[in-house]
Design a protein around this ligand. Structure first.
Ligand code: 44T
Length: 860
């Protein structure tokens, strides 16, 4: 029987609960109502607070209000972002994620904000989580693919797939441990592979450090999967920040590391080893003491040392990325701009913004290269000698004289090295070797650079700021020394306005070329050297001008002809607006284009870019007032495309749709849609159409760069499944003309994008491709035909292209026979492309047909 005394109490409690429910319901419904009102009046901040309150009080409503809540959050976050209230923004997301912890859209969006703020690791974590929550979520996938390359650089795959390299490292570590090195520190462990080698070889204590958070976490997973989580201690630290006994209990007898880049020292190995010798390693064996101390009481390093080699080369591909080769493009005389430099420079007074070298795989450079000298030894270094390491950066510049053995254009010094792991095991990163390594490239930017047999090149080798620097100081011919640096004008960047005045003054008075120089990114230099693109643009623009001019003449009186407004919203440095402006002045062959008719707007933002355009305008007789800089301060994408003036519309908008890496620029289609709304009747977007072309290829190289291959464990360890989580199907910056691959089909049209009429665009397409050579389709390579108008087009796969190509690597290779058909399903989501391939059933091989259509080629 129920306790009589409790009954009234329960009723009271019940009533109170009922009252509370009523109050809560009232509050919830009022909050929701207020939230909606605030949304209506675009007061997103208050709306967000109301939603938070309502949904915290009534979680049952979460499903119902999910969409509006997200909308409010995103709007409010954008507002906070533009106000610079970053902490508030992240607090809002934290609160939102507490309410909706498994909402992949919110998680992904938080990632996007983190990414924009530069928190790449954290952003990637969010994209990864969103993708785990919904594996087919296209936005998260696109985002994850975008950051995966930074989190886990592609060379990790290459190195793990390089069996020769793995094996030699393993041998060297095993030998050192067997000789008595019992405590080991793996610096820059990556996936943990060298540390595990040491453990397997029998080392008593193994430690590892890794500075990248993602790689550290990956290594932890790998160690656990291999049952070594307890026997190898790994820390997420840069070795220079490691302390004894906090991070490792005692000094170790062996440091093993592969913290070397193509230029040997770029990953900081000199500093790393000086620090290790001073703080982390046992002292080196003292050769003069008897008896020799045992390896467990002394320290040593793998690799024991390295030899650096170099060679002078002629290479057109390097030249067109680092030097202005074209004297005029699209009718513009480029000489007015003076000298142009790329940011890769080893000049003594080089600025901070410059890099001492760039990297290339010489064997994969378009057009190849020619050696102008014999390879030479630039440097020898003993990593087991701390005095030598310390002396390296302070020592005098070493001068070498190289004999020119082949006449040619001196475009670069190329550098590689041999890594002496120990006395028996060596790795070479040379251009002739079958390795995954790139070479360090020191481009020569001086305009005096032709060399003849018998000339000598004076090369200076130094090591400043822990980078190996090579510099061509002079050419010695017939006993005369021609210094290369004495002709280098001052690079303008710091105070371009002041410098511009003097440069312009110089231009006016003495008719001489200005004695200044500008720095452009190497891709911008290659673009400027792309004459075909600029000339096509000039022709297309000129055609548009003729047609606009004639319609204007028929509609307006001659004295008050409206100007033709042209807007160039290309990324980076672009002279297209100036080409348009010049066409306005150029009566040329076509007398229909009268003077002063074009008002051109450039969206170049950097001050020195604007200076360069002004100089070019001046040098080409273009009135300065016809070229304006458009909204360079505007951050918002949509604002960049505003009207030129009230009541006015653009006559032409130039969009730069393809990134140099070979992908469609993000938000390109949205920009085109916006651009169309701002275009006058008869106006045009350049380009008007883009066609994506593709080809079936078999390429082991692409596979090796995309994932750890095969089912065999790597050196006996289980690594592949972990690192392969960071596999990305789209490969960029490819040069298809030199990539080692077999073409299994002809080039076919994969997809077309109409920028002038989006209603004809599609997002999915199936294309059937006939196999011309039997093999294994591992990837679909693709590039673009950029149609400026119906007559003018350029290919991103042409010889002069500053664009590179890209490829989608298939999840599973597809074995095909000549004559069979492959069905490609292509999807374009926003700007990112995905491709799947299946064999087209029912359509068997029709070998004869193919043979008839096309004679056998060398690769078929
Ligand atoms: N790339 C080679 C360079 N680290 C190899 O975070 C060759 C490039 C390459 N950790 C194409 C082909 C190839 N303390 O994970 C990295 C890095 C880490 C450190 C702790 C330190 N003092 C450092 C310094 C670096 O070490 C790992 C390896 S760096 C090697 C880079 C296949 N493109």
């Amino acid at each position: 029987m129920p306790n009589a005394t409790t009954r009234p109490k329960r009723t009271r409690r019940h009533r109170r609960a009922q009252r509370e429910d009523a109050v809560r319901n009232e509050l919830v419904s009022r909050s929701l109502e207020s939230a909606q009102q605030c949304l209506f009046s675009q007061d997103y901040g208050t709306a967000f607070v109301h939603y938070l309150l309502a949904l915290n009080l009534a979680p049952a409503l979460k499903d119902f209000a999910n969409e509006s809540f997200r909308f409010t959050l995103f709007k409010w976050a954008d507002e906070l972002d533009s106000l610079g209230r970053i902490q508030d923004l992240f607090n809002c997301y934290e609160q939102a994620m507490e309410l909706f912890p498994v909402d992949e859209v919110i998680v992904n969006s938080m990632g996007e904000h983190l990414f924009r703020m530069g928190f790449r690791d954290e952003a990637a974590g969010h994209f990864y989580k969103a993708l785990k929550l919904r594996p087919d979520f296209p936005e998260a996938k696109e985002n994850f693919y975008r950051v995966a390359n930074w989190l886990v650089e592609r060379w990790h795959f290459l190195m793990l797939n390089d069996h020769g390299r793995n094996h030699k490292y393993q041998l060297a570590v095993k030998k050192a441990v067997e000789e008595g090195c019992s405590s080991v520190l793996d610096i820059g462990t990556g996936t943990g592979i060298l540390g595990m080698c040491a453990k397997m070889a029998g080392a008593a204590e193994v430690y590892a450090c890794e500075l990248s958070k993602t790689m550290y976490e990956l290594a932890c997973e790998v160690l656990s999967a291999n049952g070594m989580a307890d026997s190898i201690k790994i820390v997420h630290l840069k070795s220079l920040d490691m302390k004894i006994p906090k991070d490792i209990p005692n000094r170790v007898s062996l440091v093993v590391t592969e913290t070397v880049d193509a230029g040997l020292f770029g990953e900081g190995i000199i500093e790393t080893l000086i620090h290790a010798w001073k703080h982390l390693l046992l002292p080196p064996p003292n050769m003069h003491q008897q008896p020799l101390s045992s390896p467990s009481q002394t320290g040593r390093v793998i690799p024991a040392g390295a030899t650096v080699f170099g060679v002078a080369v002629q290479c057109r591909e390097i030249r067109r990325h680092h030097r202005l080769c074209a004297s005029s493009v699209g009718g513009l005389d480029l000489s007015a701009v003076g000298q142009i430099f790329s940011p890769v420079s080893c000049l003594a007074d080089a600025e901070d913004s410059t890099e001492p070298y760039t990297t290339e795989r010489l064997s994969r450079l378009r057009g190849g290269y020619i050696q102008l000298t014999q390879p030479f030894t630039a440097l020898d270094i003993d990593f087991n000698n701390v005095q030598e390491l310390e002396g390296l950066c302070s020592r005098e510049v070493v001068q070498l004289r190289l004999c020119v053995t082949q006449e040619g254009v001196l475009d670069a010094l190329a550098v590689w090295f041999q890594l002496h792991l120990d006395q028996d095991n060596h790795l070479s990163t040379g251009p002739q070797e079958d390795t995954c390594w790139e070479q360090a490239i020191y481009p020569i930017q001086s305009p005096f650079n032709t060399v003849k047999c018998g000339d000598e090149i004076l090369v200076e080798v130094s090591c400043k700021d822990s980078y190996l620097r090579l510099c061509c100081a002079a050419i010695i011919r017939d006993g005369h020394t021609f210094r290369m640096d004495s002709v280098t004008p001052k690079i303008l960047a710091a105070n371009p306005e002041a410098e511009l005045c003097s440069a312009l003054a110089g231009l006016q008075t003495s008719q001489q070329k200005p004695s200044c120089a500008f720095m452009l990114e190497s891709t911008e230099i290659a673009l400027l050297n792309n004459t075909a693109y600029h000339n096509s643009f000039q022709r297309a623009m000129s055609k548009l001008l003729v047609s606009l001019k004639s319609t204007r003449r028929s509609q307006q009186s001659d004295t008050e002809l409206d100007p033709i407004y042209v807007l160039d919203v290309s990324e980076g440095f672009s002279v297209l607006s100036l080409i348009a402006a010049q066409l306005g002045f150029d009566s040329g062959e076509d007398k229909q284009i009268g003077p002063g008719t074009v008002q051109a707007y450039s969206s170049v933002e950097k001050e020195h870019h604007q200076t360069m355009l002004r100089l070019l305008a001046k040098g080409n007789g273009v009135l300065e007032s016809t070229l304006e800089f458009w909204l360079s301060h505007v951050e918002d994408d949509s604002a960049v495309l505003q009207r030129p003036a009230t009541e006015k519309l653009w006559s032409a908008i130039i969009l730069d749709c393809i990134e140099t890496c070979g992908l469609i620029r993000q938000k390109m289609l949205e920009k085109a849609t916006l651009a169309r709304c701002l275009l006058e009747d008869g106006g045009q977007i350049f380009p008007e159409r883009i066609v994506i072309h593709g080809m079936l290829v078999e390429s082991d190289t692409l596979l090796r760069e995309s994932a750890v291959q095969g089912t065999e464990p790597t050196l006996g360890f289980n690594i592949a499944p972990f690192i392969n989580q960071f596999t990305v199907p789209v490969h960029v910056f490819l040069d298809l003309s030199t990539l080692e691959c077999t073409h299994l089909s002809e080039a076919v049209e994969l997809f077309a994008l109409d920028l002038m009429n989006s209603t004809v665009n599609y997002t999915d397409r199936e294309v059937k491709v006939r196999v011309k050579t039997s093999g294994k389709v591992t990837a679909v390579a693709f590039w673009y035909q950029i149609h400026l108008d119906s007559e003018q087009s350029v290919s991103t796969f042409s010889e002069d292209s500053h664009w590179k190509q890209a490829a989608v690597v298939l999840q599973q290779p597809l074995t095909v026979s000549r004559g069979e058909w492959v069905k490609l399903s292509i999807q374009l989501h926003k700007s990112s492309i995905s491709i799947t391939a299946v064999k087209e059933e029912g359509l068997g091989a029709d070998d004869d047909d193919i043979r008839e259509a096309e004679p056998m080629t060398s690769d078929s």
